[in-house]
Ligand binder design. Structure first.
Ligand code: KDG
Ligand code: MG
Length: 411
């Protein structure tokens, strides 16, 4: 079998998604997600201009060899653009291989290790009463674990707290919020001391309202220094978090050592990482509890599975990044992996707009807070190209963050 065509399709059924479609001489097609939020077109060019010419005429079954060729053969390794492009190829080739076998991808990854995949959803509110409403809405949708994000007194806009941007048309997960995307970057504001004072009061209120059982998560979104993160982790210990996510930017992996020494709150990290090398110290020294990379930003199913095996040796579990900016193609690949690996932890899932479900018809299902990849051969996603063309690309940026004196801060 040979690859005879590879197209890059950009569509915006609510937000921008980049999809690679590989076609073989036997008429079998495979899809891969290459969406890099806010920098989408750089991956489109990387694929169209530099990767597609290398794929034509090659054997789609040689997934590992193709991966190594694209990774090592570029000379310039790693980085989000490169690894999103390689991820799209890797997933599209797994899709083809599984379709040829007539099996859902998870069967080729060793078969199911569980019956279904536990997820967590996003609850948020500018105030605590609004947050409670949001938690109730997620529970009504079936979620059995909830991420908690709130406004901070004195700050206008804070990460994860969506102001009037809920997607009314979202189905399945009805209240799925639209992650802020703007034609020019929205400027949010930040005050670490106000945040550190506020968060324990929020979690105390949530525990009092919803009881001790509900798994609660929180994303600090890279904003704290290690000692600030240590303080937050310690102050949240009475509220028994499932995890504290991205508590500090982890370019300096050793920073997590300080956090770890001061708190027993479980730590999750890695959604901006793109190779196993970003995790080397974190995993080998057991400084974290969950690895958070997305199939889409980590080079695909092949390297992510290797990361999970490395993590398993250190009793660290998976928690694949699954925000709204991972397309249903990237999400489907994640769910197959979640079902197959032994050290599965939890899967993030925020749902999609109704239009997204129409453009990307998928076999995966969401029920009672759990996902299942379905039994369709391959990853189980088909792209309606005509419909996709009806929703063209729109330039969109993520927000940026400034301290109250105007200094740029991590978003
Ligand atoms: O594009 C950026 C988002 O993917 C990110 O902000 C979402 O932090 C995120 C999460 O945990 O889902
Ligand atoms: Mg996050």
């Amino acid at each position: 079998m040979k690859i005879i065509d590879a197209q890059v399709i950009v569509t915006n059924p609510g937000r921008n998604f980049v999809t690679l479609k590989i076609t073989t001489d036997e008429g079998i097609t495979g899809l891969g997600d290459a969406t890099l939020n806010g920098r989408e077109l750089s991956v489109v060019s990387y694929l169209r201009d530099h990767v597609v010419p290398l794929l034509l005429g090659t054997d789609p079954h040689r997934i590992e060899d193709t991966w190594q060729y694209l990774y090592r053969g570029a000379y310039w390794r790693r980085g989000p653009v490169t690894m999103a492009a390689i991820a799209a190829v890797d997933v599209a080739l797994w899709d083809i291989k599984a379709k040829v076998a007539g099996l859902p991808l998870y069967q080729l990854l060793g078969g199911a290790s569980r019956d279904r995949v536990r997820t967590y959803g996003h609850a948020n509110g500018a105030t605590v009463p609004e947050l409670f409403d949001s938690v109730r809405a997620r529970l009504a949708e079936g979620y059995q674990a909830v991420r908690i994000q709130t406004g901070v007194p004195g700050l206008k806009t804070v990460y994860g707290v969506h102001q009037g941007t809920a997607i009314a048309e979202a189905d399945g997960v009805a209240g799925a919020p639209r992650l802020d995307q703007h034609a020019t970057p929205l400027v949010e504001d930040w005050d670490t001391r106000a945040y550190l004072r506020h968060m324990p009061t929020v979690f105390e209120a949530v525990r009092n309202e919803f009881g001790p059982e509900l798994p609660l998560l929180h994303d600090a979104h890279h904003r704290l220094t290690p000692i600030e993160a240590a303080r937050l982790g310690k102050s949240l210990e009475p509220y028994d978090l499932f995890w504290l996510e991205d508590c500090t930017p982890a370019e300096n992996q050793d920073g997590l050592r300080l956090v770890r020494e001061h708190t027993t709150t479980p730590l999750a990290i890695g959604e901006v990482f793109n190779t196993v090398f970003d995790y080397q110290t974190l995993v080998a020294d057991q400084l974290i509890d969950y690895v958070r990379s997305a199939v889409t930003h980590f080079g695909g199913v092949s390297p992510l599975r290797k990361l999970f095996d490395f993590a398993a040796q250190h009793q660290i579990k998976s928690a694949i990044h699954g925000p709204e900016d991972i397309s249903p193609v990237g999400m489907a690949a994640a769910i197959h992996l979640d079902l197959a690996i032994h050290n599965f932890g939890i899967q993030e899932y925020s749902g999609y707009t109704a239009r997204t479900h129409e453009v990307f018809q998928h076999a995966f299902t969401f029920e009672d807070g759990h996902l299942h990849p379905g039994e369709a051969p391959g990853i189980g996603v088909e792209l309606d190209e005509e419909m996709a063309a009806g929703h063209p690309y729109e330039q969109a940026y993520l927000p940026v963050n400034r301290l109250q004196d105007g200094t740029i801060h991590d978003w």
